[in-house]
Design a binder for this molecule. Structure first.
Ligand code: PLP
Length: 443
């Protein structure tokens, strides 16, 4: 173990009462891993061990842990105005944050609806798509398209759009009329750095759905530009462009779920910028507040906002949707401070500049026997290891082992998703990859 820190919190007397999300509760409680303190790209566990954060926590702490500017902004906001309803009332922060976001979003996406998580962003995007088509007299567009291996959160809309069996099979009562395109991973194209050269033709699945169901029944297509939670699937060259073309030709809205790819992860503000394809709707969350306060957002093209808003009389509510905590003052303060940090430290460009070094380091793992695929773009990479007995068992075991060996990395199945903070130095990337190599080598 490395340095022992002054622990800021005490270890709880009982772990029993909390039902942990997305966790093996019994296994965890037998061998708990508690983060007691975090700073920069490091975490400290309850034994005082220092752990490098290889996944920006859950891909959200992009500017590193413990940013005082964010803490100060939230503290000041809490003292000035701790809460104001967002229904038929407002407070300055929500408008300021929406304007700041509009300034960095691709044109013509300039209207922002606030929520509290990525899952809420997805359900909100579904309703916005329905409201838009309805306002245009096309309320029959109730079919939604997603993809195999997609992760769009866990609310009922996102569960319906999910392409991951574990997230679907236990919850069969989901939205009707969701169809899934094929995913873009090709087992014959392994160790492909950046965008695969082949696979653009998979976008034709969308054309086939238009031909089978009738394009005029399809409301929106949901795409993670880089499929994140399934282990970093980078879109083939030409794929997103072709999806955009088919949407345009058929009046279908294109939704980019940028919950992971937003805010510099790919070396550009958003994946839409990195790939040069502008969607109609963008969902975001994660790095919006640098993980400090829960918040998500749905950003839409101006025409979507004006179509929905202008369809109702001026003094009537146009969109019967929203959350008590939409645009919470603390979250807005955190968001504003976070965007300032990204700008002041030029973190999106920094991520782009560090990408080659990061991907070189990740590709150095290619010689390990247990590594069966590597995929990556920007500051995001998937390191897939051969399964052991059943899929996912080795990944779970590795995530624990790596933690005690001083590296936090999020596994999905048997794939480690590396996503270092955008502030990472070369030495941090070396440390992450060295620790991963040492543990994988011992398998
Ligand atoms: N969409 C994508 C692409 C995600 O990666 C996630 C979370 O990982 C979500 C939606 C759900 O976000 P949240 O966990 O904030 O609800």
């Amino acid at each position: 173990m490395n340095s022992v820190v002054q622990l800021q919190q005490t270890v709880p007397n009982s772990l029993e009462e909390q039902w942990m999300p997305f966790s093996a509760n019994r296994d965890f409680k037998n061998d708990p891993r508690l983060v007691m303190k975090s700073e920069g790209v490091y975490l400290w566990d309850q034994r005082g061990g220092k752990i490098i954060d290889g996944s920006s926590a859950l891909f959200n702490v992009a500017a590193g842990h413990g940013r005082k500017k964010i803490a100060d902004a939230v503290y000041a906001q809490m003292q000035a105005n701790d809460y104001a309803p967002s229904f038929q009332l407002g407070h300055p922060g929500a408008f300021q944050l929406a304007s700041k976001l509009a300034a960095i979003l691709p044109e013509p996406i300039n209207h922002v609806f606030f929520v509290n998580s990525g899952s809420e962003a997805i359900d909100t995007a579904l309703k916005i798509a329905m409201a838009y088509h309805r306002a245009r007299g096309e309320s029959q567009r109730l079919r939604f398209v997603s993809r195999e291996r997609a992760y769009h959160g866990v609310n009922m809309g996102g569960t319906s759009l999910s392409g991951l069996v574990k997230n679907r099979e236990g919850f069969p009562v989901t939205l009707p009329n969701v169809v899934l395109m094929r995913h873009t991973w090709d087992p014959k194209v392994r160790f492909q750095r950046g965008q695969p050269e082949t696979g653009a033709e998979l976008a034709e699945d969308l054309q086939r759905f238009c031909d089978i169901y009738g394009a005029a029944t399809i409301g929106a297509v949901f795409v993670e530009p880089v499929a994140g939670s399934t282990g970093t699937l980078v879109p083939p060259k030409g794929y997103l462009e072709r999806i955009r073309e088919i949407c345009d030709a058929n009046g279908i809205l294109l939704v980019f779920d940028e919950v992971i790819t937003g805010f510099g992860r790919l070396g550009a503000p958003f994946a839409a910028d990195a790939f040069g394809v502008v969607p109609d709707i963008m969902t975001m969350a994660k790095a919006l507040t640098n993980g400090a306060i829960p918040m998500g957002a749905v950003a839409v093209r101006d025409e979507i906002y004006s179509t929905v808003v202008d369809a109702a009389p001026e003094d009537a509510i146009e969109f019967f949707h929203g959350y008590t905590y939409s645009g919470h003052p603390a979250a807005c303060a955190a968001g504003l401070a976070t965007l300032e940090i990204y700008e002041e430290d030029d973190l999106f460009a920094r991520a782009g500049a560090m990408s080659d070094y990061f991907l070189d380091a990740v590709w150095s793992l290619k010689d390990l026997d247990c590594v069966v695929d590597l995929r990556g773009y920007g500051l995001m990479a998937g390191v897939e290891v051969a399964p052991d007995k059943a899929p996912g068992l080795r990944g779970n075991a590795l995530q624990k082992q790596l933690f005690w060996n001083g590296l936090h990395v999020k596994f999905t199945g048997d794939t480690a998703i590396l996503a270092p903070a955008l502030i990472s130095e070369r030495a941090h990337i070396d440390e992450i990859v060295d620790k991963l190599r040492t543990t994988l080598k011992a398998l």
